[in-house]
Design a protein around this ligand. Structure first.
Ligand code: AMP
Ligand code: MG
Length: 323
């Protein structure tokens, strides 16, 4: 744990630019930050958290101008940002064309969750890094969100090389997540900005079906059902391939004979496989391929989250398409 000074923030920024992770305070909770444009850095976040699922993460930016580089900004976003940014309100917006945000940051979705945090240390860090930061709460999976630097140290320990200690978080609950991709804003997660205050600015807000009626705060973030799956059928545990299949391979010895092969990691490295997962699922979801065959992936470390995503893609059986 270090005190945030110009020097330690610069050190943290340089770590982030190299793909490393830094825990930092925001006004909501402490975040475990990594370069949101780097598949490898985001894979490292999931690895450090030990999270068994890839859920979409929030990209943290400095301000509206910064956000516009990564998402298709909207009029409603403009009005809401004027009132709430920087602050605990996250917008879900369509990816900008050639958005640099990594696919692992959005769990393969065509939308990006984005916000500008208010905390001066978060602001300074994002500015110094010159990067949008993916930053879920800085705790091991299943533990409560940390609102103090020593909570982060207790939960993540050696897994995070640098923790910026900015004292206790003022808001202490997660940011509100608002979907602005449709005609009416939809509240996906209640949080630091209230529905009433949002409605004053943009009019009626719908509640997501994913929110249990009557509950003020959903029990766990990331339980949103929408997820990316290829539109072609997916066959798991493939050790051979048939001639109409595209192969999502893993390891040094993929079977021959597929229309096209994308190897998640020829070296059998799970962090590399996680970093390639969404890009390769998309690459194989194309005309000329009847089905996607997937080689077995070890059920350890990041393999747990990779297999969770692949099993869901297989269960969708091509009926769901891109979520
Ligand atoms: P956290 O980063 O832990 O505060 O959680 C991020 C929250 O934002 C989760 O509830 C996600 O499900 C939600 N979220 C992030 N990206 C998206 C997206 N593209 N579409 C819908 N919800 C999202
Ligand atoms: Mg959390």
């Amino acid at each position: 744990m270090v005190e945030p000074t110009a020097a330690t923030i610069e050190e943290a920024a340089s770590l982030l630019r190299k793909g490393g992770l830094v825990a930092f305070p925001t006004e909501t909770v402490y975040g475990l930050g990594g370069d949101a444009t780097s598949e490898r850095a985001v894979a490292a976040i999931f690895e450090a958290k030990g999270r068994p699922k890839f859920n979409p993460l929030i990209a943290h930016v400095v301000d509206v101008a910064d956000a516009r580089r990564f998402v298709q900004w909207s009029e409603a976003a403009d009005r809401l940002a004027a009132r709430f940014w920087p602050g605990p309100l996250t917008f879900v917006l369509p990816r900008a064309e050639r958005s640099a945000i990594a696919l692992l940051t959005t769990a393969g979705l065509d939308t990006v969750a984005i916000r500008a945090p208010l905390h001066p240390v978060a602001q300074a860090l994002i500015r110094a890094a010159g990067l949008p930061l993916a930053a879920p709460s800085a705790n091991r999976s299943g533990a409560v969100s940390p609102t103090r630097a020593d909570h982060v140290a207790d939960s993540l320990g050696e897994r995070v090389p640098l923790i910026l200690d900015g004292g206790p978080c003022l808001v202490g609950v997660e940011s509100t997540v608002l979907d602005l991709t449709g005609p009416t804003p939809v509240l996906l997660r209640p949080g630091g900005a209230t529905r009433e205050a949002i409605e004053v600015v943009v009019g009626p807000v719908e509640l997501s079906d994913a929110l249990p009626t009557g509950s003020a705060i959903r029990s766990s973030p990331g339980q949103l059902e929408s997820h990316y799956a290829p539109s072609r059928p997916v066959r798991l545990e493939a050790r051979q391939v048939s001639p109409d299949e595209g192969l999502l391979a893993f390891g040094p010895h993929p079977p021959a004979g597929a229309v096209m092969t994308c190897n998640l990691s020829p070296a059998g490295d799970l962090a590399e496989a996680a970093a390639n997962l969404f890009a390769y699922m998309r690459a194989l979801d194309r005309p000329g391929i009847g089905r996607i065959a997937v080689m077995p992936i070890p059920q350890t470390g990041l393999g747990v989250a990779i297999n969770d995503r692949l099993r869901r893609a297989a269960a969708d059986d091509g009926t769901r398409g891109r979520g």
